[in-house]
Design a protein around this ligand. Structure first.
Ligand code: G3I
Length: 300
């Protein structure tokens, strides 16, 4: 394949990017997105604060604009995200206990009803673990330790066809406590029939010394539990071509690693912009890391 998506599709995978609504009028971005990518994620537009600004008052305009552009250009869409400690609707801040739990359930039902049958996957729960492998403290966690499984059961009932993912960062290193914490939860969910279909590993890399072997062990270990795995928000300090090759090799070596998404396209799109962490430079030119990813995909 001579593009990221063509190379990924050779082995039945996708290659995705994230975009904000402001990119819908950015021809440079759109041209590369249309040429190279076949999966899209909204950076902020499908998050709880965006989709339900006031209780029961849903607003899908920004999310739909991205969804419509992507699908009109032959891409699929990953939904991001339904329940998270950050970017919550303001009204969640004055709720707790069963009232907050109900608000979360209502939110999942409201958003998933709108997108029912339309999305490839939902990041149902985002970033619910702390670095030490225990649950991250949050208002949602304070509603009871079962909030995550309630979110997944609610999601399955709301849209039986979409893949339901747990998504987190710093879970790429197999020997790291947080990785083990998430792994234990997924193992428990699978053993008790809690509906979880996939684990998203955000893959925001700074170091990357354990690539690709250690990362591949993480991916294959999750996959062995009976879930798909995906790299959902990849970016790497200075776009190290070696690290990008390694993370791509790790994915293509695991049959259930279904695809890779980078968090933006050009360095100018990135939340880590000063680190120039993406595959295209500010002039839309592919960088060395682009070639290393393409080659690793084509070697699969
Ligand atoms: O829209 C307002 C704008 O009106 C205002 O002028 C401006 C001033 O700061 O802020 C704008 O909102 C910002 C928003 O991005 C849109 O650009 C928020 O302040 C800013 O906090 C928000 O950051 C987003 C961040 O999530 C928030 O948690 C990033 O764009 C987004 O890339 C980032 O994405 C997260 C994933 O969802 C989860 N994993 C980590 C990843 C990177 O942090």
């Amino acid at each position: 394949g001579t593009t990221l998506k063509a190379a990924a599709e050779r082995s039945g995978r996708y290659f995705g990017a994230a975009m904000g609504g402001d990119r819908l009028s950015d021809q440079g971005f759109l041209t590369i997105a249309n040429r190279e990518f076949d999966m899209m994620t909204a950076v902020n537009e499908m998050k709880p604060d965006a989709t339900e600004p006031n209780r029961g008052q849903f607003d899908f305009r920004a999310g739909d604009a991205i969804y419509n552009w992507a699908t009109q250009h032959g891409m699929r869409v990953r939904g991001h995200t339904l329940a998270w400690h950050a970017q919550q609707p303001r009204f969640w801040g004055s709720l707790s206990g069963s009232a907050l739990r109900t608000a979360m359930i209502d939110h999942i039902n409201g958003v998933m009803a709108h997108y029912r049958g339309k999305l490839y996957a939902w990041d149902v729960v985002n970033e619910a673990f702390a670095e030490n492998g225990s649950r991250r403290g949050s208002n949602l966690q304070s509603t009871g330790n079962d909030w995550i499984e309630v979110a997944f059961r609610t999601a399955r009932a709301a849209d039986p066809s979409v893949k339901l993912c747990y998504n987190d960062y710093n879970i790429e290193n197999w020997t790291y406590a947080k990785t083990q914490g998430v792994y234990a939860m997924i193992r428990d969910f699978k053993s008790r029939g809690v509906p979880v279909d996939c684990v998203g590993l955000q893959t925001h890399f700074t170091g990357g010394s354990s690539l690709p072997g250690n990362f591949q062990t993480t991916l294959s270990s999750f996959a062995a539990l009976g879930v798909d795995v995906a790299l959902t928000e990849a970016d790497v300090t200075n776009a190290s071509a070696t690290q990008y090759a390694g993370l791509t090799q790790a994915c293509v070596s695991v049959p259930r690693c279904v695809g890779i998404t980078t968090w933006g396209i050009r360095d100018s799109d990135s939340w880590r912009g000063s680190e120039n962490p993406l595959l295209f430079d500010r002039n839309s030119n592919p960088k060395a890391a682009y070639t290393s990813v393409l080659n690793a995909l084509n070697a699969a």
